[in-house]
Design a binder for this molecule. Structure first.
Ligand code: PZK
Length: 327
């Protein structure tokens, strides 16, 4: 079964290195190449910054400028995409800290120069083995599942919903973290069994829905619909619930322009629609390998990412670059 946000739901592979890398003074590393890579996804990497030296372990979460459409990564980067996504995660971590603790430590201290603006230092957590998807609108794999069964992740929905319609209330539709291919929608009880703690899973569900509701209301005031999103949680050294990963970015969420929203069909993606529109007329069969993106499409897409940052945060993107020392 395909899940929402399929482009990001692939589970990062554990990296191996032939030789251990000696780590000294990790907060002042100058090159990403000097850090042990502990996980990587299609468009981002996770490095270790420190081990058991009292800080419980710090990681460096790095977003690249790579872009994927139809599950395939294009060979052409979108300049500033990684910095936009990182700035958005930072914004949302600050805005939602009253709802739930998060893994953010710093966007500056410990971030190597080459990654400034597109990397965050985060606390190492024990990650929970479930993807926490919240949907406010019926689209993507949720729409497919609803059409087939009338339900999504075991939640029976009202009859007669149309594609992209807002749900009466946001729903929590967890999925597995598949080793390969697409994550599988699971019901709450299976998620609780995977986590091994139904009470904790209930808190994860409640917090996920609160985060989505807060962010969707904020985005809507700025002309953007947050259709759905995916969170990942972990436990810290005190077994406190902490939200990790990237949060409420266009790679972990579906953002739609509110202008032109209408039910009955799929909606254009706020960020990737130029690439998808170009791909549709390009003759690409949407199977890997993804083709290079023409420069006008790259430029338009970069502008859309920056517009997303500025609309959602109400801040200038140049301020993010200045704050992080990226320029
Ligand atoms: C962790 N991932 C997925 C995210 C990637 C891969 N705070 C944490 N503590 C321990 N592990 C993780 C996190 C987080 N976040 C998350 N893999 C490990 C992932 C970003 C980039 F390449």
């Amino acid at each position: 079964m395909r899940s929402v946000l399929s482009r990001t739901l692939e589970t990062p592979k554990i990296a191996t290195r032939a030789l251990p890398v000696p780590l000294v003074a990790s907060p002042h590393v100058t090159s990403l190449a000097d850090l042990p890579l502990i996980a990587s996804g299609k468009v981002r990497e996770m490095y270790s910054l420190s081990g058991g030296n009292g800080d419980g372990g710090l990681l460096l979460m790095v977003a690249s400028d790579r872009i994927s459409t139809y599950d395939a990564v294009h060979p052409t980067p979108i300049p500033d995409k990684g910095r936009v996504l990182t700035g958005l995660s930072f914004f949302w971590f600050e805005k939602t800290a009253r709802i739930v603790a998060n893994h953010l430590v710093s966007a500056t201290d410990g971030v190597p120069a080459e990654a400034r603006g597109r990397a965050l230092v985060v606390r190492r957590l024990k990650m929970l083995p479930v993807e926490c998807v919240v949907r406010g609108y019926i689209t993507g794999s949720g729409w497919k599942d609803y059409q087939a069964t009338g339900a999504v992740s075991g939640i029976e929905l009202t009859t007669g919903l149309q594609e992209s319609q807002q749900l009466p209330e946001p729903i929590f539709t967890p999925s597995t973290k598949a080793e390969e291919g697409h994550d599988e929608a699971i019901d709450f009880d299976r998620a609780a069994a995977l986590v091994g703690d139904a009470e904790l899973m209930g808190r994860v569900r409640d917090v996920s829905i609160e985060l989505y509701s807060y962010a969707a209301a904020h985005a809507r005031l700025h002309g953007v619909i947050l259709a759905d999103t995916k969170f990942e949680f972990g436990l810290d050294e005190n077994r406190q619930l902490v939200i990790g990963d990237e949060v409420l970015t266009p790679d972990s969420s579906r953002y739609w322009p509110a202008d032109g929203y209408e039910v009955g069909h799929g909606q254009p993606s706020f960020d990737k629609q130029y690439v998808r529109d170009w791909a549709a007329g390009s003759g690409w069969d949407k199977l890997p390998p993804a083709p290079p993106i023409p420069e006008d499409v790259v430029a338009g897409t970069r502008e859309r990412y920056i517009e997303a940052y500025e609309r959602i945060t109400g801040r200038k993107f140049s301020e993010w670059l200045a704050l992080t020392g990226a320029e």
